[in-house]
Design a protein around this ligand. Sequence first.
Ligand code: SAH
Ligand code: SF4
Ligand code: F3S
Length: 440
Amino acid sequence: MKKKVYIETYGCQMNVADTELILSILKSDGYDITDDIESADVILVNTCSVRENAEERIIGRLGDFKNKKSKKPEIIVGVLGCMAERLRDKFFSYDHSTSKNTSIADIVVGPDEYRKLPALINKAWHGEKGVAVQLSRVENYDDITPLRTNGISAWITVMRGCDKFCTFCIVPFTRGREKSRPIESIVREVKELSENGYKEITLLGQNVNSYNDRGKDFADLLKCVAQVDRNIRILFTTSHPQDMSIKLIETIALESNIAKYIHLPVQSGSNRILKLMNRNHSVEHYYQLIKNIRYLIPDVAITTDIIAGFPTETEEDHQQTLELIRNVRFDGAFMFAYSPRENTKAYEITDDVPQSVKMRRLNEIIELQNQIAFENNLKLIGKEVEVLIESTSKRSIDKMKGRTNTNKKVVFPKNGYMIGDYAKVKITSVNSVTLFGITI
Ligand code: SAH
Ligand code: SF4
Ligand code: F3S
């Protein structure tokens, strides 16, 4: 009988895409994939280190897996991804004070070593623990077709790693240096997805704007990808404001099937803090970018990421962030309290904003941003939008859920539509994150 693998995924979309690679590697090696942890022979967790609370949640989960293993010792538990890279053999600790083996994993595998998984799991069956956390300058898994199950939306990782070294961020340490996949192989993958009926593709990278394949930049890649099948909607994430070119904005504007949606993390509205963050751009540069984007792509939706309470952030810096949010009027944002990460540059600056102040600032940011997103959505009432349907609504099986070409979520009555269809919907009501409407 085939052995069964169960995997849980935390963190960003790149991890979700990596999980599809991991499953593909294991399936080729003869494993069955299961959603049922109780029947699994191998339990894997693909982890995230970006903030401390992300890691704490995963450590808690590993405690659950350890309990399962104590009842069924033959189970193999594997820690993969960014925490594996960061913490390495700390998952195999031995507690000297109690002489107890406190190990919570059998194998630990970093993001560039997934090809070794079958061999490491095999060794683990024979009682040998294994760590593989070498980062590679070349590994991009270009020849591995991810194991996709959704049928409508697909991720394609176009580049791995990050060279930006924002001072708060652990990603350059857990993912290593930037490396881009060749354009031809990405286009080939898009063609296959088109032949298999996929309707939406999201190109992924920590900083897609620095994509570079022998002189071809991200705008060149986007154009090639968009031309494969005009019925496939193309999205991408994430853009760094420093490298966002006019050429790229024009490409988004000109190619009809590229979503009119840009996720452009700004992190702070204070030039002093942006400098300390090593973001390499000013607030003024960001405003100019937004102006160019809105001029060239009139109905574009723009979202961002914000960090509250970076070390030394004053009330004035915080007010400048609120002002930037008021001025730009983002359609959405991911908002976080600063979390110190060991080995980063910012870790060396005292984390001096008290937790209560961080949380108060974060809440002010969230409240303001939600109000603005709501007001932006209100303007869509009465408008007709084209929605790509991705699932039935969680709340009601008579309703469908999809997204506009500005990546806004829309819920509307089923009316004979199927998942994967494009529907014309008239918006009748909204809240800060969802539009509701009727088909026309
Ligand atoms: N590559 C992407 C972001 C990856 S991490 C980019 O550059 O935009 C996603 C978001 O997590 C970041 O944009 C940032 O807002 C947040 N983040 C990263 N490190 C953090 C930290 N130490 N504390 C709080 N938020 C953090
Ligand atoms: Fe982290 Fe900055 Fe790289 Fe984004 S661009 S992954 S925030 S270092
Ligand atoms: Fe987390 Fe690693 Fe992504 S730290 S955000 S899973 S690159």
